[in-house]
Design a protein around this ligand. Structure first.
Ligand SMILES: Nc1ncnc2c1ncn2[C@@H]1O[C@H](COP(=O)(O)OP(=O)(O)OP(=O)(O)O)[C@@H](O)[C@H]1O
Ligand SMILES: [Mg+2]
Length: 411
């Protein structure tokens, strides 16, 4: 195995799958060199419930990805999902020390904004600045150099349950990997799939996985709301198994191969073969009947998302619409149904701005793993820039400063 150290690895530990993506940076962005995937089954609703099987899945995904990329993986950027994640908006205020906002002032105000009161069972995970205000001037993105006496910051803070994070860390460490950073899945999925103009105008990213549905709302280039709902493709599979009286594994296969979220899109002549339980003969069912089982559950999940958006107070601002990602976004007819429910344009989000093995990750279920890699590069570039800056003792350039901030925010 090669001993290269110019690569970054994203590890998405999901309810159904564990996915690893190895990538190198190129001038266009992220160049994917290896991927690995394993059935997880050690999580429930995004939270680890079985350390051993999760560890085994991590090892398999990492081994496969490392082998494909020809490198030995030692450090990973890991995602955390699950209903225990909580996003909230917070703010902080400081006095500007020397009449002009310095980096130190900005760091202090961000520290003040992220210092939310947490109960002893919760842990701070990530913070994203939204906007700054200097005296009476609001809506400032980068306050450095602005003259004033009072600096205010509004931020979005994501926290998680200590125990869930500890179990996740244990699985990674038991897989003999170092954790370079932990990122909330909704944020990682956003980084991989959303365009800057969507975030600017307003967009809802909905990552429908197996056990959870993550909702991230962006407006005015800032993350303003995150939530994790405890429903996903597993619930659709359970309904199919029950409705067709077929084993769960068959229901999963039938759902992925022949399922459709919108009954009226299915030809009434289409027939599928359904294996039975208890050694009985397979039966033939109409594909429309399958869609009749799937449609209400998917509609229920999307309606819960709509309710979450309504509660957030941002529904009027979602001018550029909804982006669906996560494995369940592969379900035929899901974007038609979402357009009907939200009354706004819907697109399926897959990882963007990547090269290399891009066809292998051109699937909505790879969004989180690719997003982690992007965060990882931001962190690595920032560290390199810091080292360069120290060696040159030169003032920070704009790009380096921006990278440093991106990295310090994400990890
Ligand atoms: N073609 C398809 N049609 C319908 N559902 C699909 C299809 N492909 C994948 N899925 C569903 O996507 C889900 C897996 O998605 P994904 O890999 O994003 O989940 P996960 O990350 O493991 O879980 P979570 O994010 O909820 O913790 C499964 O429920 C699977 O049945
Ligand atoms: Mg997932």
């Amino acid at each position: 195995m090669g001993r290269r150290d110019d690569f970054v690895v994203g590890l998405d530990i999901g309810t159904r799958h564990v996915r690893a993506v190895v990538a190198e940076a190129d001038e266009k962005g992220v160049h994917i060199t290896g991927i690995g995937q394993a059935d997880g089954l050690g999580l429930r609703g995004g939270t680890v419930v079985n350390i051993e099987s999760t560890t085994r899945a991590i090892q398999k995904a990492i081994d496969d990805a490392g082998r494909m990329a020809g490198c030995e993986v030692g450090r990973v950027y890991v995602s955390v999902g699950g209903q225990h994640l909580e996003g909230s908006n917070s703010q902080g205020v400081v006095a500007i020390k020397d009449g002009e906002v310095s980096e130190d002032d900005r760091d202090r105000v961000l520290d003040a904004a992220r210092a939310i009161k947490l109960s002893s069972d919760r842990e701070f995970l990530q913070m994203l600045p939204q906007k700054f205000r200097v005296d009476d001037t609001e809506g400032i993105r980068d306050p450095i150099g602005i003259t004033g006496v009072r600096l205010e910051a509004r931020v979005h803070v994501i926290t998680g349950a200590k125990a869930s994070l500890q179990n996740l860390r244990r699985c990674v460490i038991q897989s003999e990997l170092d954790i370079a950073g932990i990122g909330a899945s909704p944020l990682a999925a956003s980084s991989a799939t959303l365009y800057d103009d969507e975030k600017e105008l307003g967009v809802v990213l909905v990552d429908i996985g197996a056990g959870t549905t993550d909702v991230s709302i962006w407006h005015d280039d800032a993350l303003v709301h995150t939530a994790v709902l405890p429903f996903g493709g597993n619930h659709v599979t359970s309904d199919v198994a029950f409705g067709l009286r077929t084993p769960r594994a068959e229901a999963e296969r039938i759902k992925c191969r022949s399922g459709c979220a919108t009954v009226h899109l299915v030809d009434e002549e289409d027939i599928i073969e359904v294996p039975s339980v208890g050694g009985r003969q397979p039966t033939e069912q109409s594909r429309q009947f399958l869609a009749e089982i799937i449609e209400p559950r998917v509609s229920e999940i999307l309606e819960m998302v709509r309710e979450e958006v309504r509660k957030s107070g941002y529904q009027e601002l979602l001018a550029s619409g909804i982006v669906l990602t996560g494995g369940t976004a592969n379900l035929e007819g899901i974007s038609d149904m979402a357009e009907e429910i939200f009354g706004t344009p819907v697109r399926i989000g897959v990882p963007e701005n990547i090269s290399g093995l891009k066809d292998m990750v051109a699937d909505p279920s790879f969004s989180v793993a690719v997003g982690l890699v992007k965060h990882g590069f931001a962190a690595a570039e920032s560290a390199q820039f810091e080292a360069y800056r120290r060696s040159q003792n030169s003032p920070m350039n704009w790009l380096g400063e921006r990278m440093r901030r991106v990295a310090s925010i994400f990890f």
